[in-house]
Design a protein around this ligand. Structure first.
Ligand code: SF4
Length: 423
C-alpha cells in the first residue's frame, strides 16, 4: 500500500492544515507511514518564522532527494510559508524528488485539490507502484519505548511499549507474501522487547521464529535492537532460522563508558564489543551497522576519541552519525556541559571521514565475489537491489524482473553501494 508522511513546522494553523491534508491522503486510500523512510510521499508544511526551521526543511528536502535517487522513493510535496517565497531553492535542492510546490497563500481548498490531483495522476500512471514495488515491506510489531535514554524524545511522544498481537502480525505477513512480498522487515523502537507488555515470554524470539516460517518469506530482517536486550541465547536461537539475513543494526551511540552512562544506555563498551563478537562468531559473513551520536553534553575530546577507537576496531559496515541536538523535556537537554555547535560539527565530520573510508574498504572487499541480490527497482537502464547484508547493489543493464533473485558478480564498489554484473 502507498504510504504518506506529513512533516509540519510552525504554528497551529499549519497543524490544522496538515490534518486536512492527512484526510485527503486517507480518503485516497494511502496509509500513514511510521517513519519518513517508509513513505512514498512526504508532505512538508513549512514555516519561515525561524531561520532554523527553514534550513531544517531544506536539509530534509535534500535527504528525501538522496533517498529518491538511491531507491526511487519517496517524493515530496511542499507547501506553507517557505514554499511561497523559495520555490526555486526548493526545486534546486530536491530536484526530481519534488512532485509539487504549493504557495502557502493559495487557499487550503485549492491546495487540497492539487494534492488529490497529484496523487491520482501518480496512481493512474502507476508511477508509485513502479517506483516502490512491494518486494520488501516494513511491518511494525511494537510501538513506543520504555527505555528512556536521556537524549531521546520517543518515550515522551510515542508513549509506553505496545506490542501488536502475534496472530495479527502473522496475518499481515501472510497477506503481504500472498501479494508477492519477498522480504519482511520487522520494526520496533526496541524490537527485543516485543511481547513483554502482553505477557509473551521470549516474545522477540517467538516472533522471528513464527515469521521465518510463513510461506513466501524469503528474507527476514528486523530493526532496531538495543544492545542491552540482545543476548547469547537470542543469537543462538537466530542460528536456527532459515530466512534471517546476516545484517544486524545495533546502535552503539558512544564509545565512552562515561557518556553511555549519562545516556542511560545500560551497557558498557566492553559488553557491546562482546555482543558483536558473539554475533560475528555465529554469522561470520554478517554486516554490522550502527548509530552514533557526537557532542553529547560534556563529551570531551577523550570521550570522542574513545568512540573513534571503537569505530576503527569494529569497522562497522555503515554508521548513521548524528550531532547531538536537544530534544524538549529530555534529561540530556538540561545537562551541564552542552557542547558548542562548531565542536560537534568538527567531530561529526572527522567521524564521517573515518566511517566512509571503512565503508568503502568493506564494500571493495566484495569485489571478485558473487552475491545474491533481490531486485527492487529498474531505473535509467540499471537494475537495483540488495544483498543479504543489506548492501545496495547496482547492476549494469536491465537484467532481471523486479522481485527476482539474481547472482551478481561484484566488479566495483563505492562507500554507499556495490556495482556488478550478472554472472
Ligand atoms: S534511543 Fe531507542 S531505546 Fe532509547 S529511548 Fe529512544 S527509542 Fe527507546
Amino acid at each position: 500500500m502507498t504510504k504518506f508522511s506529513i512533516i509540519t513546522y510552525g504554528c497551529q494553523i499549519n497543524e490544522y492544515e496538515s490534518g486536512k491534508f492527512k484526510e485527503v491522503f486517507l480518503e485516497l486510500g494511502l496509509e500513514e507511514a511510521n517513519e519518513v523512510k517508509e513513505a512514498d510521499i512526504v508532505l512538508f508544511n513549512s514555516c519561515s518564522v525561524r531561520e532554523k526551521s527553514e534550513e531544517k526543511l531544506m536539509s530534509r528536502i535534500g535527504y528525501i532527494r538522496s533517498l529518491y535517487e538511491e531507491r526511487g522513493y519517496p517524493q515530496s510535496i511542499v507547501t506553507g510559508c517557505v514554499a511561497t517565497n523559495e520555490e526555486k531553492r526548493i526545486r534546486k535542492v530536491g530536484k526530481e524528488s519534488v512532485l509539487l510546490v504549493m504557495k502557502g497563500t493559495e487557499s487550503l481548498a485549492e491546495r487540497m485539490e492539487k494534492v488529490k490531483e497529484t496523487i491520482l495522476n501518480l496512481a493512474n500512471t502507476e508511477a508509485l507502484r513502479m517506483k516502490k514495488s512491494n518486494v520488501f515491506e516494513f511491518v511494525p510489531v511494537i510501538f513506543g519505548c520504555d527505555t528512556f535514554c536521556t537524549y531521546c524524545i520517543v518515550p515522551i511522544v510515542k508513549g509506553r511499549e505496545r506490542s501488536r498481537p502475534l496472530g495479527e502480525i502473522i496475518q499481515e505477513v501472510e497477506d503481504l507474501t500472498d501479494r508477492g512480498t519477498k522480504e519482511i522487515i520487522l520494526l520496533g523502537q526496541n524490537i527485543n522487547h516485543y511481547g513483554n507488555d502482553i505477557g509473551i515470554s521470549g516474545g522477540f524470539v517467538k516472533l522471528i521464529e513464527c515469521v521465518d516460517k510463513v510461506p513466501g518469506v524469503m528474507r527476514l530482517r528486523f530493526l532496531t535492537s538495543h544492545p542491552a536486550d540482545f543476548n547469547k541465547e537470542v543469537i543462538e536461537k537466530m542460528r536456527g532460522l532459515t530466512h534471517l539475513c546476516p545484517h544486524f543494526h545495533i546502535p552503539l551511540q558512544s564509545g565512552s563508558n562515561r557518556i553511555l552512562q549519562l545516556m542511560k544506555r545500560n551497557y558498557t563498551v566492553g559488553e557491546y564489543l562482546s555482543l558483536i563478537y558473539e554475533i560475528l562468531e555465529t554469522f561470520p559473513d554478517a554486516s554490522i551497522t550502527t548509530d552514533l551520536i557526537v557532542g553529547f553534553p560534556s563529551e570531551s575530546e577523550e570521550d570522542f576519541h574513545e568512540t573513534l577507537s571503537v569505530v576503527e576496531a569494529l569497522r562497522f559496515d555503515r554508521s548513521f552519525i548524528a550531532a547531538y541536538s536537544k530534544r524538549p523535556n529530555t534529561p540530556a537537554s538540561r545537562m551541564e556541559g552542552q557542547v558548542d555547535e562548531e565542536t560537534k560539527r568538527r567531530r561529526l565530520n572527522e567521524l564521517l571521514d573515518i566511517q566512509n573510508n571503512i565503508s568503502l574498504e568493506k564494500n571493495l572487499s566484495y569485489v571478485g565475489k558473487k552475491t545474491e541480490v533481490l531486485v527492487e527497482a529498474i531505473d535509467r537502464g540499471k537494475t537495483y537491489g540488495r544483498n543479504p547484508q543489506d548492501k545496495l547493489v547496482e547492476i549494469e543493464g536491465k537484467v532481471a524482473e523486479i522481485g527476482s533473485f539474481v547472482e551478481v558478480y561484484v566488479t566495483d564498489g563505492t562507500f554507499t553501494k556495490l556495482k556488478g554484473r550478472i554472472g
